[in-house]
Design a protein around this ligand. Structure first.
Ligand code: NAD
Length: 512
């Protein structure tokens, strides 16, 4: 098929800044009780599309982290948020959503500068989802209720929930606004105050988001930000005695470190971690839909998403036509200026990550995989971090590229003889975040959905989420669930209250 890749040279960061009225360098401090904190800048952060420096993180050390947690603790203890009526809290959450929607272009542009995520994709995906996080958790707050038990004769037992106190929220760099706001909205909805630790690669957008929340009516101190490296700032936050619950989204190894830190004081932990998700194309699949969906599953956000359908399993009967179409379309995906609405794939988010992805290409070749598309850095678009979509045919599921999370535009393909073989290989992974199945045969769909060891299965569709539904990972992809119940469990403590219905006849110890 004669598809040709189109590329547009990216606008400079200075031009983007001028268009959106930003002053360079962009501010990247922490934020506690409504004012900037942090000192000692990290090396400059670059706009991945062009390689230009755009600002440097002012590191929040342990003392600055203590200041931010202290601000959250004082705000919590004051009751200004935690003991506000639910109706008032809902009003503020809705005002936050509206204000964030209004500021959508500014936030999408900041996120684009720090990650390379195309502006139009942020405007249609990330920004509405960020606002919806606040709206949905406002709805959840409105309907939150306890439970009653009446099985013990003469008693009613009812449950109450209280916010845990200060919540620490850790976000990765691949979708900073969407992911930090999801955990934040949940924590706020139940009455917690919070300290957010954005990735050191995305210090700009989350800081601005929190400032906008204060403009919308959140009192200073209710939400605070600490910017800086994970090993300094993140560590100080995860080990802080006054952090009662940690909502962590990030890599599996960091998640284990966070869990160890929380274990020291038995703080509550929810972990949303990495994935190496299987995408099973059965012989009965609608070929066109399977190709469309599989391309989206792995190359959306340049594959830099936990949900990526990075391991494609093809039943032999459909393998040849699928591969023909998939390869041709992957080779034609439009790389380009993240401001250009026709751009389909932006750059890789940061230099170390680009180097890591290229190391996987070398490992793939060394282990006998066949690179069918991509695999080289693209220099035609200047010094930015550009990579073509990669497709590798893997002879075995044991290859590094089939077992490690690459977190880039890197699909592996394995051809299998039967559906059982596909399921067995899909489950042969230390991860278990999501899975995809493409089939028209209902028995095949039911078999895959029943047997995949993952927290989510998508049937004939990619990447759809209902924020109220549970979302999380099996095995090393996580612990706990996002969504309505999981978030409430993480950010509240539950209390059972037993009350007798009538007079209680008690044994009278010591009575004559
Ligand atoms: P990461 O684990 O490197 O960083 C995540 C956060 O933890 C950042 O804020 C970072 O600064 C902080 N951190 C790093 N080291 C730390 C330490 N020693 N102590 C405390 N904090 C520390 O992850 P990343 O590279 O930013 O993001 C990519 C990973 O996130 C991928 O594995 C991806 O699958 C995962 N992810 C998971 C989900 C999900 O919902 N399951 C969603 C998005 C991304």
């Amino acid at each position: 098929m004669g598809f040709v890749r189109a590329m547009t040279v990216p606008s400079t960061a200075a031009a983007v800044a001028a268009r959106f009225g930003f002053t360079m360098p962009l501010p990247a401090t922490g934020w506690a009780a409504g004012r900037a904190i942090g000192a000692d800048p990290m090396p400059a952060h670059v706009y991945p599309a062009t390689g230009e420096p755009i600002g440097a993180v002012q590191i929040c050390d342990a003392a600055a982290v203590d200041e931010a947690v202290g601000a959250a603790r004082v705000a919590f203890a004051s009751g200004a948020w935690s003991r506000r009526s639910v109706q008032e809290r809902i009003g503020v959450l809705r005002a936050c959503a509206a204000r964030l929607r209004n500021a959508g272009e500014e936030l999408a542009a900041l996120q684009m500068l720090e990650t390379g995520i195309p502006f139009s994709q942020a405007m249609t995906g990330h920004i509405p989802r960020m606002a919806e996080n606040f709206e949905i958790f406002a709805d959840i707050a409105a309907t939150q209720a306890g439970r009653t038990f009446q099985q013990v004769p003469g008693y009613v037992t009812h449950t109450l929930r209280a916010p845990v106190g200060v919540a620490a929220i850790f976000a990765p760099w691949n979708a900073p606004l969407v992911l930090s706001s999801m955990k934040l909205a949940a924590a706020l909805a139940v009455g917690c105050t919070a300290v957010i630790k954005p990735s050191e690669y995305t210090p700009f957008s989350v800081l601005r988001m929190v400032q906008i929340l204060e403009e919308a009516g959140l009192a200073p101190g209710v939400v605070n930000v600490v910017n800086g490296p994970g090993a300094i700032t993140g560590r100080a936050l995860s080990e802080h005695e006054d952090v009662a619950a940690i909502g962590f989204i990030g890599g599996t190894e960091t998640g284990k470190t966070i869990m160890r830190a929380a274990a020291g004081r038995l703080a509550k932990v929810g972990l949303e971690l990495g994935g190496k998700s299987a995408n099973i194309i059965t012989a009965s699949a609608d070929l066109e839909a399977a190709v469309d969906g599989s391309l989206l599953a792995i190359y959306t956000s340049a594959g830099q998403q936990c949900l990526a359908g990075s391991r494609i399993f093809l039943e032999r009967a459909i393998a040849a036509p699928f591969l023909d179409r998939f390869q041709a379309r992957a080779r034609a995906i439009r790389l380009g200026c993240p401001l250009d609405p026709s751009t389909e794939m932006g750059p890789i988010a940061h230099p170390a990550h680009l180097a890591r992805i290229l190391d996987f290409v070398a490992a793939a070749r060394a282990q006998g995989a066949q690179i069918l598309a991509g695999g080289e850095r693209v220099h035609a678009m200047g010094p930015g971090l550009w990579l073509e979509p990669i497709l590798a045919l893997a002879p075995s599921n044991d290859l590094t590229i089939c077992q490690e999370e690459i977190f880039g535009p890197f699909a592996t393909v394995q051809v299998v003889e039967t559906l059982d073989e596909a399921i067995a290989r899909a489950n042969d992974s230390r991860f278990g975040l999501v899975g995809y199945v493409w089939a028209q045969d209902i028995a095949a769909i039911m078999r895959v959905t029943d047997q995949l060891e993952t927290g989510t299965v998508w049937v004939n569709t990619p990447l759809v989420r209902d924020l109220r539904a549970p979302f999380g990972g099996w095995k090393q992809s996580g612990l706990g669930r996002d969504g309505r119940e999981g978030c409430i469990d993480l950010f509240t403590e539950e209390k059972a209250v037993m009350t007798p219905i009538g007079p209680v006849r008690m044994r009278k110890l010591g009575a004559p």
